[in-house]
Design a protein around this ligand. Structure first.
Ligand code: HMG
Ligand code: MG
Length: 313
């Protein structure tokens, strides 16, 4: 009998505190966000995207990034990676300040990974960051340098890697062009290929990952929004193409407010529970505790519901 090989491990990155809460019209109090993060930590997730250091004029929902990280001081285990979005040097300065404060008080920085975000669609880039794709990449150069100087990891998101809410279908070459700039010029550790509006079919995922075959598959992450219930199929296609890292949000929360059109609100992320089932069905393992993930999901739904209805705890 051939020796049994242990099942391969797949990484789930939980993005509900950031992507999940940025699209909520109701204000989720900072203490509630901290409670959600603690519940997510307890469920065994290896990585959590905590917040964004973007302009609070653009995303007021996450204007409390520094306060949240201060509130979480002492509750962020060293063996879990914590990340945050950064659009420019102003955001990076805020992140470094939060890290210095956390290190001083707890001996552990708050944020381990900086997430840059650009797009494969010019119209989305303009709507989301008031900049062309090239301008976003120029803004990122000093952020990438500072990230490396401080020993942090670097992710580069490519939004609208399959379709754009304003321009429609997106060409593969538009994705590979941006991917190459992120990898070669900015030397990101990880590329996150994002289906911002949940448009992809499994064959599109196979095709995009094949087009990126010059990037090690261990450096690729898939960030799927789930509009038409196809995200689980896309996860399976990603796994078969060698991807071993996927983003999810408990309860399927999420969406980029700047991907919404007058006809359609931006869709939520793939639910983490759906993602977990898809990964396990394909024979891979994670360290996630299903019951504790369920607790975190219930809490997220309760907090969001409270914020939506304006009810107090
Ligand atoms: P702008 O208005 O062109 O820039 O925004 P600005 O430099 O003129 O700044 C405007 C004001 O914001 C100024 O304040 C700045 O100081 C301030 P004022 O002088 O008017 O008082 N400001 C900041 N404040 C705090 N932190 C900062 C910061 N930067 C400027 N970092 C900018 C340009 C990029 C800042 C803006 O467009 C922005 O913040 N955009 C972010 C939008 C966003 O967060 N979208 C959602 C995340 S992306 C996403 O969801 C997609 C993803 O999930 C993948 C997928 O699904 O596709 C990642
Ligand atoms: Mg997203």
């Amino acid at each position: 009998m051939p020796p049994l090989t242990p099942p391969e491990r797949v990484r789930i990155v939980e993005v509900s505190p950031r992507d999940g809460l940025q699209n909520e019209a109701g204000r989720v109090p900072t203490a509630d966000k901290a409670e959600l993060v603690r519940a997510l930590v307890a469920s065994g997730l290896p990585e959590i995207e905590l917040t964004s250091f973007v302009s609070p004029k653009w995303i007021p929902q996450l204007g409390d990034a520094a306060e949240l990280l201060e509130m979480l001081a002492g509750d962020l285990p060293k063996d879990i990676l914590f990340s945050a979005l950064v659009p420019n040097m102003r955001g990076m300065e805020r992140l470094l300040e939060a890290n210095e404060k956390a290190t001083r008080t707890t001996g552990r920085r708050a944020i381990d990974k900086v997430c840059l975000f650009t797009a494969a669609s010019e119209t989305f880039s303009q709507k989301n960051t008031n900049a062309t794709i090239d301008e976003t990449l120029e803004r990122f150069a000093p952020v990438a340098t500072a990230t490396r100087e401080h020993g942090l990891q670097l992710r580069g998101y490519i939004s609208c890697a399959f379709a754009c809410p304003f321009e429609g279908e997106v060409e593969t070459t538009a994705v590979t062009r941006v991917a190459d700039r992120l990898v070669e010029d900015l030397r990101v550790d990880e590329l996150s290929i994002a289906d911002t509006i949940g448009h992809a079919k499994s064959e599109d995922v196979t095709e995009r990952i094949a087009a990126l075959s010059h990037v090690e598959s261990t450096r690729i992450n898939l960030h799927l929004h789930d509009t038409f219930g196809r995200a689980a199929d896309c996860v399976r296609a990603g796994l078969r193409a060698g991807v071993r890292s996927f983003d999810g949000a408990v309860g399927g929360l999420g969406g980029c407010p700047y991907a919404s059109t007058p006809e359609k609100r931006a869709p939520g992320n793939i639910a983490t529970s759906t993602l977990l089932h898809s990964i396990e069905e394909e024979g891979f393992v994670t360290d996630i505790d299903h019951a504790k993930l369920g607790d975190a999901q219930r809490l997220a739904e309760e907090l969001v519901d409270r914020a939506r209805t304006g009810a107090s705890a």
